[in-house]
Design a protein around this ligand. Structure first.
Ligand SMILES: Nc1nc2c(ncn2[C@@H]2O[C@H](COP(=O)(O)OP(=O)(O)OP(=O)(O)O)[C@@H](O)[C@H]2O)c(=O)[nH]1
Ligand SMILES: [Mg+2]
Length: 636
């Protein structure tokens, strides 16, 4: 590749100062897998082996939601020193909703460690992340994890993995990958599966394989040319710091940078953004701590302060003229509308209430979270948030309510698009359901209501594995429904598979009957005892409710049923006023934000405040709602 421009004198002298640095000793690698296959646990052991004291399990899962939920949500890198080598290792999320986090870091690494749970085998997200890595030309190392478990299938999975590689890539050089067996939990990764032998070297065989198999950050041949070029870094993540301002993180693609150096920002088209500035801080993460440095060079992942670049933009030396190309990421598949809370209880809990505050917060979010996009909503007070799934958007809602926001959130809509021939197409997902064999009929029935096609069926030990292709539109709420129908027996995994033709307009029979309040006030035990006879309650005694709020699910009917959850028992002259009799009620069903998101019907919205989640009809007034519903039916 041609240098962007001839090296200036200052760069030439920088090259001298960078002489001691050898990018061929650097390896940049990401650990990728399906959810829960053990990536972050393996990171703990790599950190320990390279000298970091790890005091908590899954140390890289450092943000609040990650700790609470026990899953990784954001990709995070750390720098490790192994012998004379430097490794930047990126831990990535395995949940399908955060697949974009894997896509966005691929441009920073030169290879991947593909972890596969040796009992579960490759799952929907294994395919997704591997296909993205192979498409980007990244070399892979396959690690069968959880080999400590009884009845694992590591050896028989080898053929399945090879078939998967062949199906995803025809680049022969990428099909030649090493295989290791591991127990991240026990702290070993070995070329042999033989008990007694495999434990001996801990994770050293994996570290050695990374050094041997993953190409260096800069090859020997390109070393001089890459280091001589003007500085260029493609921004992968942004953060803000009260003292330093914006901090941008990415890989130094070429050249070197020192504190005090002049920099500028180029957008993807090569247009300069803002004015030139100077680097005020440079640091990287080593183990779990921040290490300040004076300079950074091609091949290193580093954070810098001193400019206001956005994700995917290029921070570079003033003399550079071209931006660094980035790998495009898949578009969002669902959309939800966020607006101010307009329920009768609005403003009681939160301190961030206005439409402008909500929009500003969301604009800030999408600056860093490139897998989310915003688009105008049908009313000017609201805004559409487009993302990958219910969990991703649910976590955003949860974060905002903890910051003091009140919101109204609509149910998710699947984003359809047009194919090359102009036909309407919508996203389809591959859904993998593992279940006890006697319950498989129930899964197939539920899936056929959602227009899912069974594409594969197999026995995995004592359980059955059913694999479907289904339109994302039909899958909203599927996980919730199948978990309640099977009392938690099913394991459901899904990931985006392809765009398919829209061949059904409506999904009938999925709507649930709701118990809708006709009163505003506090619920009473006496009233709830009667309401409970109609179905499952969402509210307990003494909770605030209002006209149009959904207080439960109706057991028998699929339409809405008006109920009065606030009725007081008529007083007799024997009992004293005010005192409610003790009633025995089944505890109300309390759902999380993302459970509500998956559960809401089209004519409902979720009221979100820092202390409450309330499901309500979009149109609260029953007469207006009945009129609108009637006219909708007539239109159909
Ligand atoms: N038996 C066994 N369990 C393991 C092993 N590695 C990880 N686990 C367990 O698997 C669960 C998930 O581990 P994580 O390290 O969080 O998995 P992950 O791939 O990082 O998950 P996400 O980031 O959410 O996709 C935890 O309960 C771990 O203790 C292993 O080698 N053997
Ligand atoms: Mg993890």
């Amino acid at each position: 590749m041609k240098p962007v421009c001839a090296p200036s004198a200052s760069i030439a002298s920088r090259f001298m100062s960078a002489k001691a640095y050898d990018p061929t000793m650097v390896r940049n690698v990401a650990i990728i897998a399906h959810v829960d296959h053990g990536k972050t646990t393996l990171m703990d052991k790599l950190l320990e082996k390279c000298g970091t004291t790890v005091t908590t399990e899954r140390a890289m899962d450092s943000n609040e939601h990650e700790k609470e939920r026990g899953i990784t949500i954001m990709s995070k890198y750390t720098r490790l020193h192994y012998g004379n080598h430097t490794l930047h290792v990126v831990d990535t999320p395995g949940h399908a909703d955060f697949g974009g986090e894997v896509e966005r870091i691929l441009s920073m690494v030169d290879g991947v460690v593909l972890l596969v749970d040796a009992s579960e085998g490759p799952m929907s997200q294994t395919k997704f992340v591997l296909s993205k890595a192979l498409n980007a030309g990244k070399k892979a190392i396959v690690v069968f994890n959880k080999v400590d478990r009884e009845g694992h299938r590591a050896e028989e999975l080898e053929t399945e993995i090879f078939d998967l590689f062949c199906a995803l890539s025809d680049n022969e050089s990428l099909l030649d990958y090493p295989i290791l067996y591991a127990s991240a939990r026990q702290g070993w990764a070995s070329h042999t599966i033989k008990a007694g032998e495999r434990e001996k070297l801990g994770v050293i065989p994996l570290l050695d394989t990374i050094i041997k198999h993953i190409p260096p950050a800069v090859s020997k041949e390109q070393k001089d040319e890459k280091l001589k070029r003007p500085f260029g870094l493609s921004v992968n993540t942004i953060n803000s710091d009260n003292h330093l301002g914006r901090i941008v993180t990415g890989k130094v693609e070429h050249g070197s940078i020192r504190i005090g150096d002049k920099i500028k920002v180029l957008n993807a088209k090569g247009d300069q953004q803002g004015v030139e500035s100077r680097v005020t801080k440079l640091f990287y993460l080593e183990g779990l701590t921040r290490v300040d440095v004076e300079e950074a060079h091609a091949g290193q992942i580093v954070s810098l302060a001193g400019c206001s670049a956005n994700v995917s933009e290029t921070v570079c030396a003033p003399e550079a003229t071209s931006p660094i190309p980035t790998i495009p990421i898949s578009p969002p598949v669902i959309s939800m509308t966020f607006g101010p809370n307009d329920s009768p209880l609005s403003g009681r809990d939160g301190n961030k209430l206005t439409s402008n505050m909500i929009k500003d917060r969301l604009y800030k979010e999408v600056e860093n979270n490139v897998t989310l996009q915003l688009s105008p909503a049908s009313d000017s007070e609201s805004i559409n948030v487009n993302g990958r799934g219910e969990l991703q958007i649910g976590i955003l809602v949860e974060t905002m309510r903890r910051e003091g926001f009140e919101l109204t959130v609509s149910p998710p809509n699947v984003i359809s698009t047009k194919d090359e021939q102009g036909k309407n197409v919508e996203p389809y997902e591959e859904v993998v359901v593992d279940i006890d064999p006697e319950l498989q009929g129930m899964v197939i029935d539920q899936m056929s209501n959602r227009k899912g096609n069974l594409i594969e069926f197999k026995d995995i030990g004592a359980r059955a594995r059913l694999i479907f292709h289904a339109p994302s539109r039909g899958l909203i709420g599927f996980r919730h429904d199948i978990m309640s129908a099977t009392r938690g027996n099913a394991t459901v995994n899904s990931a985006f598979s392809h765009y398919g033709v829209v061949n059904v307009q409506e999904f009938s029979g999925l709507q649930k009957g709701k118990l809708v309040s006709t009163e505003t006030g506090k619920t009473t035990g006496y009233a709830l005892m009667m309401v409970e006879e109609r179905g499952q309650l969402f509210v307990g005694v003494g909770e605030e409710t209002y006209v149009g709020m959904v207080v439960g699910e109706c057991a028998r009917s699929a339409s809405e049923l008006d109920v009065n959850p606030c009725r007081l028992k008529k007083l007799t002259n024997v009992r004293s006023t005010g005192a409610e009799e003790k009633v025995n009620l089944t505890p109300p069903k309390k759902m999380t934000t993302e459970e509500f998101i998956a559960y809401m019907d089209e004519d409902e919205v979720l009221e979100v405040t820092p202390t409450a989640l309330r499901l309500r009809k979009k149109i609260l007034d029953p007469t207006t709602r009945a009129r609108v519903n009637k006219s909708k039916k007539l239109v159909k």
